[in-house]
Design a protein. Structure first.
Length: 114
């Protein structure tokens, strides 16, 4: 059973930055790719950034050039550096292993507002 704990969210003004962290525990190996998802009110959860076990990275078009995903395999942790934040980035952010049946964590709220 894999568990995820997300942290680092908060309230930030447009143009600001936040760094999210996600720690994985349980039966997980560093061989898995991991991703950051977000879910805004009234919208479906979407994958915004993905990093493979080999370090290949993909971003959703909406965050490309502003968000940076990274991972620390030894610590089973991934990060999401978010710069130039926009009000439309407001959402609850989660991490998980794409395509797996791993349970979702509680997420971390990111609110971008003046």
């Amino acid at each position: 059973q894999v568990q995820f704990v997300e942290s680092g969210g908060g309230l930030v003004q447009p143009g600001g930055s936040l760094r999210l962290s996600c720690s994985a525990s349980g039966s997980i190996s560093s061989i898995y790719g991991m991703g950051w998802y977000r879910q805004a009110p009234g919208k479906q959860r979407e994958l915004v950034a993905y990093i493979s076990n080999g370090g290949s990275i993909n971003y959703a078009e909406s965050v490309k050039g502003r968000f940076t995903i990274s991972r620390d395999n030894g610590e089973k942790t991934i990060y999401l550096q978010m710069n130039s934040l926009k009000p439309e980035d407001t959402a609850v952010y989660y991490c998980n292993i794409p395509g797996s049946s791993s349970q979702w964590g509680q997420g971390t709220q990111v609110t971008v507002s003046s």
